[in-house]
Design a protein around this ligand. Structure first.
Ligand SMILES: Cc1cc2nc3c(=O)[nH]c(=O)nc-3n(C[C@H](O)[C@H](O)[C@H](O)COP(=O)(O)OP(=O)(O)OC[C@H]3O[C@@H](n4cnc5c(N)ncnc54)[C@H](O)[C@@H]3O)c2cc1C
Length: 437
């Protein structure tokens, strides 16, 4: 059979790998000049700068782990401890381990009563039913009772633990207020938090996609070739890219949801089109600041998470010293600081203000260096990260049964932004296509 995959992010690459592993002819079209989507790296002078993703999460990324083992690359992942600290409004710093939730309980700002309440809620959550797979929208939809993460946390953990544990973690991971998030995904992640181990491929998370492409035998990869049009033709499809028409027996659509909606508009129902078009993504920005000589080689943490009790939305959710996370990203002796923003203030900031705010935060956090950085690069996406509000999983999951035969959707938007969500959905879409064949 001849299959086409549209979009070469981790979802498309996982789909292409699965289809070609099963002996089918596969063409993949990617609009950019490289695979990886929001995990790509770009070169700025001597620096290799990530446009998005930072790390993989070990035990809670089972399908990514399985495919990397299958392709023989899992052993190349470099573990990263992600030594972290919370930075309070008054400048106080509290060391925590990003991957060990229990370490947050040592925070001096928490009272004994807070610690007890969080511990009891943790045990109760661990023992209660929840989504087994945090990246499967169908599983998540079963546990979506309409409650949002802020309400759940304040009620079950208390106000201070909400401010010093839940908010800093989710400001960094999803960059929106917890009141915008439904609970099944974060609860499932918290239930599996003991399996979380951070790691980074030596060349950055983009290598997940590159390795899958390399392992896809006979894959015909078309880079810099955006798909312009798809139409149904008999039992198959015709895909137009750069003016050329390609025939396929089946398709995996692995672009962002809003792009998929436009490409399929002519042959899906208005209801499906609107669900895809309106799948919620948020404004997102990060700033990367490169120094050829590292001004802070001895700083004790790799990640700094700003916190503050009762403050409104903070503009910055996290700062990451990238030389610790991915040494190959910086020239020897250099440093690259990633400043990751949070959405509500961003919506009212222009790129110059974002840049200045990032520099101010970095100087306040690590100290102002004697010399200026080599570059300050803003990555600003009007639709950067998908988020799941209460009700979103169920609504998006129904899309899978609403499309015509032999075309399946893949993308992280069925769960919550993350490489595992993309890989899981890509593999599933390919398997569904194979099941139809
Ligand atoms: C700043 C940031 C930080 C992140 N940090 C992490 C992290 O630390 N860990 C983690 O696991 N995840 C992280 N993520 C999320 C992760 O990057 C995404 O979940 C993942 O890239 C989604 O994969 P995808 O294949 O679904 O979509 P994408 O990566 O967006 O890929 C979609 C692809 O489709 C292509 N495309 C679009 N239109 C067309 C067309 N018409 N024709 C052909 N191709 C087309 C695009 O060019 C793109 O390559 C982060 C994201 C951002 C933005």
């Amino acid at each position: 059979m001849k299959y086409i995959v549209v979009g070469g992010g981790p979802a498309g690459c996982a789909a292409a790998y699965t289809l070609s592993k099963n002996g089918h002819q596969v063409k993949m079209f990617e609009a950019e000049n490289a695979v990886g989507g929001r995990t790509r790296q770009i070169q700025i002078g001597k620096f290799s700068v990530g446009v998005g993703a930072l790390f993989l999460m070990g035990g809670i990324y089972p399908r990514t782990t399985a495919l990397l083992k299958e392709t023989g690359h899992h052993c190349q992942l470099i573990p990263w401890r992600g030594t972290s600290e919370l930075m309070d409004n008054d400048g106080s710093r509290y060391p925590v381990s990003f991957v060990n939730l229990a370490s947050y309980l040592r925070m001096p700002k928490l009272t004994m009563a807070d610690r007890l309440k969080v511990s009891l809620a943790g045990v109760k959550l661990f023992l209660s039913p929840g989504a087994k797979n945090p990246f499967d929208g169908e599983d998540l939809a079963r546990y979506d009772d309409g409650e949002d993460l802020e309400s759940w946390s304040r009620k079950n953990l208390g106000d201070r633990p909400y401010e010093y544990i839940i908010r800093p973690l989710f400001d960094f991971l999803y960059a929106v207020p917890p009141s915008w998030l439904s609970t099944p995904f974060p609860k499932a992640i918290i239930q599996q938090a003991h399996k979380m181990r951070l790691s980074v491929p030596p060349g950055g998370p983009v290598q997940v996609s590159e390795w899958l492409v390399e392992a896809s035998k006979d894959l015909e990869l078309h880079l810099s070739t955006p798909v312009e049009r798809i139409c149904e033709c008999g039992t198959g499809f015709e895909v137009t890219a750069r003016g050329e028409v390609h025939k396929a027996d089946g398709i995996v659509m692995a672009t962002e949801a809003y792009t998929a909606s436009e490409l399929m508009k002519d042959f899906i129902s208005t209801e499906s089109y609107e669900k895809l078009r309106d799948a919620p993504y948020t404004d997102y920005a990060h700033v990367q600041i490169g120094y050829e000589t590292n001004p802070w080689p001895d700083y004790p943490s790799d990640i700094v998470l700003p916190v503050g009790f009762g403050e409104g939305p903070r503009s910055v959710g996290a700062m990451v010293l990238q030389s610790r996370r991915q040494p190959s990203a910086v020239p020897e002796g250099g440093e690259l600081v990633g400043v990751y923003f949070t959405t509500p203030p961003l919506e009212h900031m222009n790129d110059e203000e974002i840049k200045q705010d990032a520099l101010d935060y970095v100087h306040r956090t690590f100290g102002k260096p004697a010399s200026s950085p080599q570059f300050v690069k803003v990555f600003h996406y009007k639709k950067g990260l998908n988020i799941a509000k209460p009700g979103a999983y169920g609504s998006l999951d129904t899309l899978r049964s609403e499309l015509p035969r032999n075309i399946y959707l893949a993308g992280d938007y069925f769960s919550q932004a993350g490489v595992e969500a993309a890989v899981f959905s890509g593999e599933r879409a390919a398997n569904q296509l194979l099941g139809q064949a």
